[in-house]
Design a binder for this molecule. Sequence first.
Ligand SMILES: [Fe+2]
Length: 300
Amino acid sequence: MTTPIEPATWQSVLSDHGDMRIVAVDGDEAVADRNAIVQLDPDHPGFRDQHYRRRRNRIAQLAINYRSGDPIPEAPYTADEHRVWQTIWQALRPAQQKAACAEYLAALQLLNFSDERIPQLREVSEQVQAISGFRLEPVAGLVQPKVFLENLADGVFLCTQYIRHHSTPFYTPEPDVVHEIVGHGVTLASARLAELNRLFGNAVRRTHHAAALESLSRVYWFTIEFGVVREDGLVKAYGTGLLSSAGELEEMHRAELRPLDLEAAAREKYDPTHFQPVLFCADSFDEMYASLKSFLMNWT
Ligand SMILES: [Fe+2]
């Protein structure tokens, strides 16, 4: 007998550093709850920085006021926040040139990010939509994983807009605008990766039991978040968790590589709080695309 999915299960099975997206319900009485989700844990790098917390709350408020389909509001980033982007992008861009797969680098070229300033969700969304039909929409913080994943079926990617704390430019305990745009935004500007995201959303919609959801979430983790492929004899990343972190791109060369086997990935446990020790590597991007597409289309 199978067990129906509880909200707590959705949270636990997808609580990675990049996509731990919890709770945001509709209705006026929920505003306090929505504000509560941008409260930080005591071990968060910005916990004691009142200025940072006010900045995050101000940016989160834009998303709280946002309604799906509206023009995306411009986030009023400060000069300090743009400097955080400059620091990250200066390290990440060369790391990607060495370690990203060709499909990602081609999409990156289309988006052509500034070295100087944080790209606005609105401009990235417009570019991505013209390429793959996907659009980005702002959310205040951590969204319920079921909501987050099912939106993919409609070609909507829910994005946070704030940036990580300046004291830890190479680390964020939750998805921030860098992970969203550099990781997911770019991959959604690839027609094939966008299609796989949609298929994940459709598969989640057809998933009604906790164990099946957990399996599917592991496949998401080992492909969309941490997938690698071989290109010309080298290991290259297409996973957003790798591509949005210079540290992860460095460490991926020390990981144990296993052949891409989606049934095995569905059974493999992972620890989101450390660099990933095990990665599933396809022989080529084409092989990964065909295998994952088939797996998701046949998911019941
Ligand atoms: Fe992610």
